[in-house]
Design a protein around this ligand. Structure first.
Ligand code: FAD
Length: 203
């Protein structure tokens, strides 16, 4: 369309042309801004139905291989420390919910462990030796056993599991004693009857 025709058209229907120009200007301003904000790392996207994680049955670890041996060992040290400490703090007599939470945690731990190869082997070990979560002691011993399986694979010495709870002493005994004392104190306080002022005055 040449300029003369455009001017003639504008004279005929100025509203349509002005509207089109406004829409074009808005598109030029808004589209890149939106695109940039979606790609900014510091702009969390609100969770919508489309971005919610789907229920999945995939149970294969998906992290990449970890080639750096130093990182792998540092990660292993830290991860084992967390793993054994969780098991050593697990309740003596867990509720069904608590058992389920720990079972879910261990399964997910194996899925997302950042050394993909380690995770895939570990997932295999979990199938062979499913978590035993009936009590703190059972869970801690199971954890020690499964770590020993990894030690065997890596030609590392076996760990003596007989002192596992002391070795990963979580301070639970003290925490539980304190909790009991607190409960006894609050029960005791609740059981004390304070004489009403009337009784005191009257008596
Ligand atoms: C789930 C998982 C899977 C792994 N898979 C692999 C793998 O496939 N290939 C690989 O190269 N690395 C793997 N690693 C790392 C590997 O297990 C070691 O962490 C790493 O080689 C460093 O070993 P380390 O000798 O410092 O002691 P670690 O095995 O890291 O142990 C740390 C400390 O825990 C104590 N310990 C040792 N054995 C036990 C036990 N049985 N129970 C309780 N405490 C114990 C000892 O005090 C030891 O110093 C894995 C780690 C994890 C958490």
């Amino acid at each position: 369309m040449n300029l003369g025709r455009l001017v003639r058209n504008y004279k005929k229907s100025p509203g349509v042309i002005t509207g089109t120009v406004i829409i074009l200007v808005l598109l030029v301003i808004l589209v890149p801004n939106n695109w940039a904000s979606n790609n900014r790392l510091d702009a969390p996207v609100p969770i919508s139905k489309d971005t919610e994680p789907a229920q999945t049955t995939n149970t294969v670890p998906f992290m990449p291989k970890m080639a750096n041996e130093t990182l792998k060992a540092e990660l292993g040290n830290a991860a084992w420390k967390l793993f054994h400490t969780i098991l050593a703090r697990y309740p003596d007599t867990p509720s069904p919910d608590q058992k389920q939470h720990l079972a879910d945690y261990i399964r997910t731990f194996a899925l997302v462990y950042p050394c993909g190869d380690c995770a895939r082997h570990f997932a295999g070990l979990l199938e062979k030796y499913p978590p035993q979560l009936s009590s703190r002691k059972t869970a801690a011993l199971w954890g020690c056993h499964i770590h020993n399986q990894v030690n065997t694979r890596l030609s590392k010495p076996q760990y003596d599991c007989s002192t596992i709870l002391e070795d990963y002493d979580c301070g639970c005994a003290q925490d539980e004693e304190d909790e009991l004392k607190e409960k006894e104190t609050s029960d005791h306080l609740a059981s004390i009857k304070v004489d009403s002022t009337e009784e005191m005055v009257g008596g």
